[in-house]
Design a protein around this ligand. Structure first.
Ligand code: PAP
Length: 335
């Protein structure tokens, strides 16, 4: 068996590649913990993230200029990002790319290529992208918590959509993902170790409760600008939520479109079952080091019952009560 050892400054999978002097200096001042995939996670502006993400996020915060027509899709990782990107893209572009079109871009491109992440794509590796010529409305994705979004997003009045997933399933999805993408030479992360870190809030862009509450509160204060959806509600009634999303984005379905079954056609095109079977989602990498196929695992609600022990369920339930109690945000995890 090969065991790989990483020293403080060595990079794992490009982890601390090409960091600027400024970023390296900053890292020295930040709290750090053992990471899930990378050797460390750093606490930047109150949330945990990897070194290379911090550099991109700083650049995003400094340089991105939102316009009122922009759409920003936001999530905790493994909460339904890929699904939301596909739906939003299909909704706002349906005049350009009608559902009757056999060449719909979602058939040949992964949703993350059509709706780029600020931190993994646009502002990755010192890039300063020219985003002025993108088709309107521009749609972007990010995992950055609400308080750390660039001021121009918070103040421009652009639309923000958040999709939230119950933390039991998000945890299991994250744990599977990490172990799938870890090189074979590294020991898998045990469920127990990952669970303790998760409950302590130490996970990319966590603590997850702060992330959720940031967007939850904003959606209550500014419901016309911040829409809060849940993975479970969308699974239960995708048609209803797709229409709600279209209305929120300013692209409501006409009666004619509804009669023609366009809502259902978009739901089908963006469904887990359809996307998973596409060639483009079986090969290639749309987000940095990660293979597209690993973005599609089971796509179910409640898979956590197959993994969590009664003690874990009790503990995470308590964490949710402690952290989300009184906020009005809760999860119905037991059917
Ligand atoms: P990301 O944040 O890394 O982009 P994200 O898309 O949020 O990942 O999450 C992946 C999860 O969404 C996976 O869940 P699972 O591990 O419980 O199976 C994945 O299967 C699921 N998923 C991906 N695409 C869809 C879809 N079209 N509909 C429903 N679930 C989906």
């Amino acid at each position: 068996m090969t065991i790989t050892h990483y020293s403080e400054n060595q990079s794992r999978d490009g982890e601390e590649e090409e960091l600027s002097h400024e970023c390296k200096e900053l890292l020295l001042s930040l709290p750090k913990e053992k990471g899930w995939r990378t050797s460390h996670l750093y606490k930047y502006q109150g949330f945990w993230c990897q070194a290379s993400e911090i550099q991109s996020i700083i650049s995003f915060q400094r340089h991105f200029q939102a316009s009122e027509t922009d759409v920003v899709l936001t999530t905790v990782p493994k909460s339904g990002t890929t699904w939301l990107k596909a739906l939003a893209f299909a909704i706002v572009n349906r005049k350009r790319f009608p559902m009757s079109n056999n060449n719909h871009p979602l058939l040949t491109s992964n949703p993350h290529d059509l709706v780029p992440f600020f931190e993994y794509k646009l502002y990755d590796k010192h890039q300063l992208p020219d985003l002025s010529n993108l088709p309107q409305p521009r749609i972007f994705g990010t995992h950055v918590p609400f308080p750390s979004l660039p001021t121009s997003i918070k103040k421009s009045g652009c639309r923000v959509v958040y999709i939230c997933r119950n933390p039991f399933d998000t945890f299991i999805s994250s744990w599977h993902f990490i172990n799938t993408v870890k090189p074979g030479s590294e020991a898998p992360m045990s469920l127990d170790e990952a669970f303790e870190m998760y409950c302590n809030g130490v996970i990319g862009f966590g603590p997850f409760w702060d992330h959720m509450l940031g967007y939850w509160k904003e959606s209550i204060e500014r419901p016309h600008k911040v829409l809060f959806l849940t993975y479970e509600d969308m699974k239960k009634d995708v048609t209803f939520h797709l229409k709600k999303l279209a209305e929120f984005l300013g692209f409501p379905f006409s009666l004619e479109e509804e009669r023609a079954g366009d809502v259902e056609k978009i739901a089908k095109l963006c469904s887990f079952e359809s996307l998973k079977e596409l060639e483009v989602n079986k090969v290639g990498k749309s987000i940095k080091y990660f293979e597209n196929k690993n973005l599609f695992r089971k796509g179910e609600v409640g898979d956590w019952v197959n993994y969590l022990t009664p003690r874990m369920v009790e503990k995470l339930t308590k964490v949710l009560e402690d952290k989300l109690g009184g906020s009005g945000l809760s999860f119905k995890v037991f059917s």
